[in-house]
Design a binder for this molecule. Structure first.
Ligand code: FEO
Length: 394
């Protein structure tokens, strides 16, 4: 199937990939996906995004259904991930006169995609590209989900070209949600959860840029185009990206403990933090569901991780918890590490280093106790918690 009309002189010219069953290693795609691109024609013509390299022939043929490639004036690159930029080089071979437009942050990435010496123009937030009869307003939306991401609002038709925002991996004969019988809502949420959720703090701010726009159609980079009550999809993103830790003073203690010693330390530190005014929650790493861990990370002002050391390492249930941090918005969150150990206690430092590597702010003091915490060590916890509370409140 070729080009599809969305509005007067606006066409979808993307491609379908219905057989894809895994996207970017991290997502299952039971309905495949599409790589959406859009052609907007005024007196001049802008092509918004390209396709994955494997689909270059189909993509260029779809554009040719509407106009010869030689008549494209602008290629708007909304971000540079290869599933949308892979066909750019072939397009430029067909029409070297195309002006490349992208965000300023995307310029070095575009250079690395095309590996050609040629002008690439970075657009400004709210800048308008007047095509003659069609005006595209650029909206810079960094980290939604790449640092270079931007969107456009086509003012005459109320179409938001939203890049990966509001996307879903779903390929269907129809492009429009109202005609699709597959579970669009599930895929819409799954896409947000797998791709967008780690960037919630950025997305929350970016969504404010859409508030004043009279959006009639949302045209994302994957999956269906939304033209029935499109605002509801923006509202869902607002709900999902809301700051879950706002108005709370929650600290969650994740621990693993073979003989109860690390657990005792966690509970003692938790009790100390309660006296400092914090709300406490505990999670035995061997018995928590991944989604509850992810929700707890997002809801917490700070997280504590307690691990014993086995064979010079932290234990697997704790590493499993840590592997979930990058799947949610955790950058900059406060953390501290503790644990009981027998010989070297290396696992405690390894956990602290890994959390720092994930860009959490890690308290410089790890609380350690050899084997059974002594009364002296337990008595030190009150002072430790006082210092830790100051860190969490800073
Ligand atoms: Fe669909 Fe971020 O690429």
């Amino acid at each position: 199937m070729g080009a599809i009309k969305i509005a007067e002189n606006v066409h979808w010219v993307g491609v379908r990939d219905p057989q894809l069953r895994k996207f970017d290693i991290i997502m299952n795609t039971r309905y495949g996906t599409t790589y959406n691109a859009y052609l907007v024609r005024g007196e001049k013509t802008a092509l918004i995004d390209a396709s994955k390299a494997d689909f270059t022939g189909q993509f260029l043929d779809n554009v040719r259904e509407i106009i010869p490639l030689s008549q494209i004036d602008y290629l708007v690159v909304n971000h540079t991930e290869p599933d949308h930029s892979g066909a750019i080089t072939a397009l430029l071979e067909e029409n070297p006169r195309i002006d490349l437009l992208c965000s300023g942050a995307a310029i070095p990435f575009v250079k690395n995609v095309i590996n050609l010496e040629r002008p690439i123009r970075g657009v400004k937030d709210n800048e308008i590209l007047d095509l003659g009869g069609k005006k595209l307003r650029f909206l810079l939306t960094p980290y939604m989900h790449w640092p270079d991401t931007m969107m456009e609002f086509l003012e005459e038709d109320g179409i938001l070209f939203s890049c990966d925002g509001f996307a879903a991996h779903l390929s269907d004969d129809s492009l429009f949600t109202e005609a699709i019988e597959k579970d669009v809502d599930f895929e819409f949420h799954y896409y947000w959860d797998a791709i967008m959720r780690p960037f919630s703090n950025y997305i929350r701010k970016n969504l404010l840029k859409l508030d004043g726009l009279d959006i009639k159609i949302i045209a994302p980079s994957h999956g269906p185009v939304f033209r029935e009550n499109p605002r509801q999809y923006i509202e869902r993103y607002k709900d999902w990206t809301a700051d879950k830790s706002a108005g709370r003073n929650l600290v969650t203690v994740f621990y693993a403990s073979s003989y109860g010693n690390t657990k005792l330390l966690g509970e003692s530190i938790g009790a100390g933090l309660m006296k400092e005014g914090f709300e406490l929650s505990y999670c035995d790493a061997e018995n928590c569901e991944p989604e509850s861990v992810r929700a707890a990370i997002e809801a917490s002002r700070g997280v504590l991780l307690g691990t014993p050391t086995m064979n010079g390492d932290a234990v697997k249930p704790i590493w499993d918890i840590i592997n979930l941090f990058s799947t949610v918005s955790s950058v900059g969150k406060k953390a501290a590490v503790f644990g009981s150990f027998g010989w070297g206690g290396e696992g405690i430092k390894l956990v602290a280093d890994r959390l720092s590597g994930l860009k959490l702010k890690v308290f410089e003091e790890n609380f350690r106790a050899r084997l059974v915490p002594s009364e002296t060590e337990l008595n030190e916890i009150a002072a430790y918690c006082s210092r830790l509370a100051a860190f969490l409140n800073s």
